[in-house]
Design a protein around this ligand. Structure first.
Ligand code: SF4
Length: 323
Protein backbone atom coordinates (compact mmCIF):
# COMPACT_ATOMS: atom_id res chain seq x y z
CA UNK A 1 0.00 0.00 0.00
CA UNK A 2 1.43 3.33 -1.02
CA UNK A 3 1.00 6.41 1.13
CA UNK A 4 -0.35 9.56 -0.45
CA UNK A 5 3.14 11.08 -0.45
CA UNK A 6 4.56 8.03 -2.20
CA UNK A 7 1.87 8.22 -4.89
CA UNK A 8 2.61 11.92 -5.40
CA UNK A 9 6.32 11.13 -5.76
CA UNK A 10 5.67 8.39 -8.31
CA UNK A 11 3.35 10.61 -10.35
CA UNK A 12 5.84 13.49 -10.24
CA UNK A 13 8.96 11.55 -11.21
CA UNK A 14 10.20 10.54 -14.66
CA UNK A 15 10.72 6.97 -13.49
CA UNK A 16 8.38 4.60 -15.35
CA UNK A 17 9.31 1.38 -13.54
CA UNK A 18 5.88 1.43 -11.91
CA UNK A 19 4.39 0.33 -15.25
CA UNK A 20 6.29 -2.95 -15.21
CA UNK A 21 5.30 -3.56 -11.60
CA UNK A 22 1.64 -2.99 -12.53
CA UNK A 23 1.96 -5.44 -15.42
CA UNK A 24 3.31 -8.10 -13.05
CA UNK A 25 0.51 -7.50 -10.54
CA UNK A 26 -2.04 -7.71 -13.37
CA UNK A 27 -0.58 -11.02 -14.48
CA UNK A 28 -0.52 -12.39 -10.93
CA UNK A 29 -4.07 -11.36 -9.94
CA UNK A 30 -6.16 -11.40 -13.15
CA UNK A 31 -4.01 -13.42 -15.54
CA UNK A 32 -3.36 -13.09 -19.25
CA UNK A 33 -6.96 -12.98 -20.45
CA UNK A 34 -8.35 -9.73 -21.80
CA UNK A 35 -12.09 -9.23 -21.42
CA UNK A 36 -13.94 -7.73 -24.38
CA UNK A 37 -16.99 -5.65 -23.48
CA UNK A 38 -19.30 -4.70 -26.36
CA UNK A 39 -20.15 -1.01 -26.04
CA UNK A 40 -23.52 0.29 -27.27
CA UNK A 41 -23.74 4.09 -27.15
CA UNK A 42 -27.51 4.30 -27.38
CA UNK A 43 -28.16 8.03 -27.03
CA UNK A 44 -26.02 11.16 -27.21
CA UNK A 45 -28.71 13.37 -25.71
CA UNK A 46 -27.76 14.67 -22.29
CA UNK A 47 -29.43 17.06 -19.90
CA UNK A 48 -26.12 17.91 -18.16
CA UNK A 49 -23.58 20.41 -19.25
CA UNK A 50 -20.22 19.20 -17.97
CA UNK A 51 -17.49 21.62 -19.07
CA UNK A 52 -15.26 19.04 -20.76
CA UNK A 53 -17.84 16.98 -22.64
CA UNK A 54 -19.00 17.33 -26.22
CA UNK A 55 -22.39 15.78 -25.39
CA UNK A 56 -23.29 18.65 -23.02
CA UNK A 57 -26.70 20.01 -23.87
CA UNK A 58 -25.32 23.49 -24.58
CA UNK A 59 -23.30 22.13 -27.49
CA UNK A 60 -25.42 22.89 -30.54
CA UNK A 61 -22.76 21.68 -33.00
CA UNK A 62 -23.64 18.06 -32.60
CA UNK A 63 -26.16 15.88 -34.38
CA UNK A 64 -28.17 14.12 -31.72
CA UNK A 65 -29.41 10.55 -32.02
CA UNK A 66 -31.29 8.07 -29.92
CA UNK A 67 -31.52 4.35 -30.73
CA UNK A 68 -34.89 2.66 -30.37
CA UNK A 69 -35.25 -0.15 -27.81
CA UNK A 70 -35.52 -2.55 -30.78
CA UNK A 71 -32.22 -1.27 -32.20
CA UNK A 72 -30.52 -1.63 -28.82
CA UNK A 73 -31.73 -5.19 -28.34
CA UNK A 74 -30.79 -6.11 -31.93
CA UNK A 75 -27.28 -4.76 -31.35
CA UNK A 76 -27.03 -6.75 -28.14
CA UNK A 77 -28.05 -9.91 -30.05
CA UNK A 78 -25.34 -9.17 -32.60
CA UNK A 79 -22.83 -8.87 -29.74
CA UNK A 80 -23.92 -12.20 -28.34
CA UNK A 81 -23.66 -13.84 -31.78
CA UNK A 82 -20.07 -12.69 -32.27
CA UNK A 83 -19.12 -14.12 -28.90
CA UNK A 84 -19.07 -11.10 -26.62
CA UNK A 85 -19.85 -11.99 -23.01
CA UNK A 86 -20.55 -8.51 -21.68
CA UNK A 87 -22.63 -5.69 -23.10
CA UNK A 88 -22.21 -2.12 -21.91
CA UNK A 89 -25.12 0.26 -22.44
CA UNK A 90 -23.89 3.83 -22.31
CA UNK A 91 -25.65 7.15 -22.93
CA UNK A 92 -25.83 10.74 -21.83
CA UNK A 93 -28.38 11.50 -19.15
CA UNK A 94 -31.31 11.26 -21.54
CA UNK A 95 -34.69 11.79 -19.87
CA UNK A 96 -36.52 10.13 -22.77
CA UNK A 97 -35.44 6.73 -21.53
CA UNK A 98 -37.78 6.18 -18.60
CA UNK A 99 -37.12 3.54 -16.00
CA UNK A 100 -39.80 1.34 -17.50
CA UNK A 101 -38.28 1.53 -20.97
CA UNK A 102 -34.80 0.86 -19.61
CA UNK A 103 -35.92 -2.08 -17.46
CA UNK A 104 -37.68 -3.65 -20.44
CA UNK A 105 -34.51 -3.35 -22.52
CA UNK A 106 -32.45 -4.78 -19.65
CA UNK A 107 -34.76 -7.78 -19.23
CA UNK A 108 -34.63 -8.55 -22.96
CA UNK A 109 -30.85 -8.36 -23.06
CA UNK A 110 -30.42 -10.49 -19.93
CA UNK A 111 -32.30 -13.29 -21.69
CA UNK A 112 -29.24 -13.56 -23.95
CA UNK A 113 -27.14 -14.85 -21.04
CA UNK A 114 -24.62 -12.03 -21.10
CA UNK A 115 -23.30 -9.80 -18.34
CA UNK A 116 -24.77 -6.31 -18.57
CA UNK A 117 -23.21 -3.01 -17.58
CA UNK A 118 -25.03 0.30 -17.46
CA UNK A 119 -23.39 3.70 -17.75
CA UNK A 120 -26.16 6.29 -17.80
CA UNK A 121 -25.22 8.69 -15.04
CA UNK A 122 -26.74 9.75 -11.76
CA UNK A 123 -30.02 8.16 -10.71
CA UNK A 124 -31.91 7.80 -7.45
CA UNK A 125 -31.38 4.81 -5.16
CA UNK A 126 -34.76 3.41 -6.23
CA UNK A 127 -33.91 3.74 -9.91
CA UNK A 128 -30.60 1.96 -9.39
CA UNK A 129 -32.46 -0.73 -7.47
CA UNK A 130 -34.91 -1.22 -10.32
CA UNK A 131 -31.99 -1.74 -12.71
CA UNK A 132 -30.45 -4.26 -10.33
CA UNK A 133 -33.76 -6.07 -9.97
CA UNK A 134 -34.09 -6.18 -13.76
CA UNK A 135 -30.73 -7.96 -13.97
CA UNK A 136 -27.97 -5.37 -14.44
CA UNK A 137 -24.63 -6.69 -13.17
CA UNK A 138 -22.37 -3.66 -13.29
CA UNK A 139 -22.62 0.13 -13.29
CA UNK A 140 -20.04 2.68 -14.40
CA UNK A 141 -20.08 6.18 -12.92
CA UNK A 142 -16.81 8.04 -13.04
CA UNK A 143 -16.16 10.49 -10.24
CA UNK A 144 -13.97 12.36 -12.78
CA UNK A 145 -12.12 14.20 -9.98
CA UNK A 146 -12.19 14.00 -6.19
CA UNK A 147 -11.12 17.65 -5.95
CA UNK A 148 -14.45 19.05 -4.80
CA UNK A 149 -13.71 22.62 -5.87
CA UNK A 150 -12.64 21.47 -9.32
CA UNK A 151 -15.60 19.06 -9.55
CA UNK A 152 -18.07 21.83 -8.77
CA UNK A 153 -16.40 24.21 -11.24
CA UNK A 154 -16.73 21.67 -14.06
CA UNK A 155 -20.23 20.37 -13.31
CA UNK A 156 -22.86 23.13 -13.20
CA UNK A 157 -25.97 22.25 -11.21
CA UNK A 158 -24.46 19.01 -10.01
CA UNK A 159 -23.32 18.05 -6.56
CA UNK A 160 -20.08 16.34 -5.59
CA UNK A 161 -21.80 14.86 -2.53
CA UNK A 162 -24.53 13.34 -4.68
CA UNK A 163 -21.96 11.81 -7.00
CA UNK A 164 -20.28 10.11 -4.06
CA UNK A 165 -23.64 9.01 -2.68
CA UNK A 166 -24.56 7.46 -6.04
CA UNK A 167 -21.35 5.42 -6.00
CA UNK A 168 -21.97 4.13 -2.49
CA UNK A 169 -25.59 3.37 -3.38
CA UNK A 170 -24.39 1.30 -6.32
CA UNK A 171 -21.97 -0.59 -4.09
CA UNK A 172 -24.60 -1.23 -1.45
CA UNK A 173 -27.04 -2.55 -4.04
CA UNK A 174 -24.50 -5.16 -5.09
CA UNK A 175 -23.49 -3.85 -8.51
CA UNK A 176 -19.94 -4.37 -9.61
CA UNK A 177 -19.20 -0.68 -9.41
CA UNK A 178 -16.91 1.18 -11.78
CA UNK A 179 -15.58 4.66 -11.42
CA UNK A 180 -12.54 6.59 -12.62
CA UNK A 181 -11.02 9.93 -13.39
CA UNK A 182 -10.09 12.38 -16.06
CA UNK A 183 -6.37 13.07 -15.95
CA UNK A 184 -4.82 16.39 -16.95
CA UNK A 185 -7.78 18.71 -16.41
CA UNK A 186 -6.93 22.40 -16.11
CA UNK A 187 -6.25 23.24 -12.43
CA UNK A 188 -5.99 19.58 -11.46
CA UNK A 189 -3.06 18.90 -9.15
CA UNK A 190 -0.91 15.81 -8.73
CA UNK A 191 -2.12 15.70 -5.13
CA UNK A 192 -5.73 15.49 -6.29
CA UNK A 193 -4.84 12.61 -8.63
CA UNK A 194 -3.29 10.82 -5.64
CA UNK A 195 -6.55 11.46 -3.78
CA UNK A 196 -8.49 9.99 -6.71
CA UNK A 197 -6.49 6.76 -6.49
CA UNK A 198 -6.97 6.56 -2.72
CA UNK A 199 -10.69 7.16 -3.22
CA UNK A 200 -10.87 4.17 -5.61
CA UNK A 201 -9.29 2.09 -2.86
CA UNK A 202 -11.63 3.39 -0.15
CA UNK A 203 -14.68 2.70 -2.32
CA UNK A 204 -13.21 -0.71 -3.19
CA UNK A 205 -14.22 -0.06 -6.79
CA UNK A 206 -14.54 -3.15 -8.98
CA UNK A 207 -13.61 -1.39 -12.22
CA UNK A 208 -11.59 1.74 -12.89
CA UNK A 209 -11.53 3.66 -16.16
CA UNK A 210 -8.90 6.36 -16.52
CA UNK A 211 -9.16 8.86 -19.36
CA UNK A 212 -6.59 11.47 -20.32
CA UNK A 213 -8.30 14.84 -20.69
CA UNK A 214 -8.64 15.82 -24.38
CA UNK A 215 -10.17 19.28 -24.94
CA UNK A 216 -13.28 19.35 -27.10
CA UNK A 217 -13.44 22.57 -29.16
CA UNK A 218 -17.18 23.03 -28.59
CA UNK A 219 -16.92 23.13 -24.80
CA UNK A 220 -15.85 25.79 -22.28
CA UNK A 221 -12.52 23.94 -21.91
CA UNK A 222 -11.95 23.85 -25.67
CA UNK A 223 -9.13 26.42 -25.57
CA UNK A 224 -7.31 24.76 -22.68
CA UNK A 225 -3.57 24.76 -23.11
CA UNK A 226 -2.79 21.13 -22.31
CA UNK A 227 0.18 18.91 -23.06
CA UNK A 228 -1.58 15.84 -24.51
CA UNK A 229 1.52 13.65 -24.33
CA UNK A 230 1.89 14.51 -20.67
CA UNK A 231 -1.80 13.72 -20.10
CA UNK A 232 -1.34 10.34 -21.77
CA UNK A 233 1.77 9.47 -19.75
CA UNK A 234 0.17 10.59 -16.51
CA UNK A 235 -3.04 8.69 -17.15
CA UNK A 236 -1.06 5.49 -17.76
CA UNK A 237 0.75 6.02 -14.46
CA UNK A 238 -2.49 6.69 -12.55
CA UNK A 239 -3.87 3.47 -14.04
CA UNK A 240 -0.73 1.52 -13.11
CA UNK A 241 -0.78 2.66 -9.48
CA UNK A 242 -4.48 1.82 -9.34
CA UNK A 243 -3.70 -1.73 -10.50
CA UNK A 244 -0.99 -2.09 -7.87
CA UNK A 245 -3.29 -0.90 -5.08
CA UNK A 246 -6.53 -2.63 -6.06
CA UNK A 247 -4.93 -5.74 -7.57
CA UNK A 248 -7.83 -7.94 -8.79
CA UNK A 249 -10.15 -5.35 -10.34
CA UNK A 250 -10.98 -4.87 -14.02
CA UNK A 251 -9.28 -1.97 -15.77
CA UNK A 252 -9.95 -1.00 -19.40
CA UNK A 253 -7.38 0.21 -21.86
CA UNK A 254 -9.48 3.25 -22.73
CA UNK A 255 -10.23 4.66 -26.15
CA UNK A 256 -9.08 8.08 -24.95
CA UNK A 257 -5.62 6.56 -24.43
CA UNK A 258 -5.72 5.16 -27.98
CA UNK A 259 -6.83 8.54 -29.29
CA UNK A 260 -3.68 10.19 -27.93
CA UNK A 261 -1.22 7.46 -28.87
CA UNK A 262 -1.50 4.97 -31.76
CA UNK A 263 -0.22 2.28 -29.37
CA UNK A 264 -2.14 3.63 -26.41
CA UNK A 265 -4.18 0.54 -25.69
CA UNK A 266 -1.24 -1.83 -26.06
CA UNK A 267 0.80 0.33 -23.68
CA UNK A 268 -2.17 0.30 -21.29
CA UNK A 269 -2.54 -3.49 -21.54
CA UNK A 270 1.14 -3.79 -20.62
CA UNK A 271 0.80 -1.37 -17.70
CA UNK A 272 -2.06 -2.92 -15.73
CA UNK A 273 -5.12 -2.97 -18.02
CA UNK A 274 -7.06 -6.19 -18.75
CA UNK A 275 -10.20 -5.01 -20.59
CA UNK A 276 -10.99 -3.55 -24.03
CA UNK A 277 -14.40 -2.20 -24.95
CA UNK A 278 -15.01 -2.53 -28.70
CA UNK A 279 -17.68 -0.14 -29.91
CA UNK A 280 -20.50 -2.08 -31.57
CA UNK A 281 -22.83 0.89 -32.06
CA UNK A 282 -23.71 1.41 -35.73
CA UNK A 283 -21.16 3.52 -37.64
CA UNK A 284 -23.46 6.50 -38.21
CA UNK A 285 -24.22 6.90 -34.53
CA UNK A 286 -20.85 6.18 -32.99
CA UNK A 287 -19.34 9.01 -35.05
CA UNK A 288 -21.74 11.34 -33.26
CA UNK A 289 -20.89 10.20 -29.74
CA UNK A 290 -18.18 12.83 -29.47
CA UNK A 291 -17.38 13.22 -25.79
CA UNK A 292 -13.97 14.42 -26.99
CA UNK A 293 -12.68 14.97 -30.54
CA UNK A 294 -11.14 12.33 -32.84
CA UNK A 295 -12.38 9.49 -30.66
CA UNK A 296 -10.80 6.24 -31.86
CA UNK A 297 -13.75 3.89 -31.79
CA UNK A 298 -12.38 0.48 -31.04
CA UNK A 299 -13.10 -2.05 -33.76
CA UNK A 300 -13.48 -5.64 -32.56
CA UNK A 301 -11.15 -7.20 -35.14
CA UNK A 302 -8.42 -4.67 -34.42
CA UNK A 303 -8.91 -5.17 -30.70
CA UNK A 304 -8.35 -8.90 -31.08
CA UNK A 305 -5.25 -8.33 -33.24
CA UNK A 306 -3.79 -6.06 -30.59
CA UNK A 307 -4.42 -8.58 -27.85
CA UNK A 308 -2.84 -11.45 -29.80
CA UNK A 309 0.10 -9.28 -30.89
CA UNK A 310 1.31 -9.05 -27.30
CA UNK A 311 0.77 -12.73 -26.55
CA UNK A 312 -2.37 -12.28 -24.52
CA UNK A 313 -5.60 -14.29 -24.80
CA UNK A 314 -9.26 -13.33 -25.10
CA UNK A 315 -11.37 -14.27 -22.14
CA UNK A 316 -14.15 -16.82 -22.66
CA UNK A 317 -16.06 -15.87 -19.53
CA UNK A 318 -18.10 -12.90 -18.38
CA UNK A 319 -15.15 -11.37 -16.60
CA UNK A 320 -16.45 -10.54 -13.16
CA UNK A 321 -13.95 -9.27 -10.62
CA UNK A 322 -11.93 -12.22 -9.43
CA UNK A 323 -12.22 -12.67 -5.69
S1 SF4 B 1 -19.97 13.86 -19.08
FE1 SF4 B 1 -21.83 12.60 -19.10
S2 SF4 B 1 -23.30 13.78 -17.88
FE2 SF4 B 1 -21.67 15.21 -18.44
S3 SF4 B 1 -22.39 16.19 -20.35
FE3 SF4 B 1 -21.14 14.41 -20.94
S4 SF4 B 1 -22.57 12.70 -21.21
FE4 SF4 B 1 -23.61 14.33 -20.04
Amino acid sequence: MYSKDEIINILSSNDDSILKTADEIRKQYVGEDVHLRGLIEFSNYCNRTCYYCGLRYENKNIQRYRLTPEDIIATAKYAKNIGLKTIVLQAGEDVCFSNNILCNIIEQIKKLDVALTLSIGEKTYDEYKSFKDAGVDRYLLRIETTDKTLYNALHPNMSFENRIECLYNLKSLGFETGTGSLVGLPNQTIESLANDILFFKTLDADMIGIGPFIPHPCTPLGDSDVDLKKNFDLSIKVMAITRILLKNINIPATTAMETLNPNGQIIALQSGANVIMPNITNDECKKKYTIYPNKQNQDIILAKEKIYSIGRAISVNKGFRSK
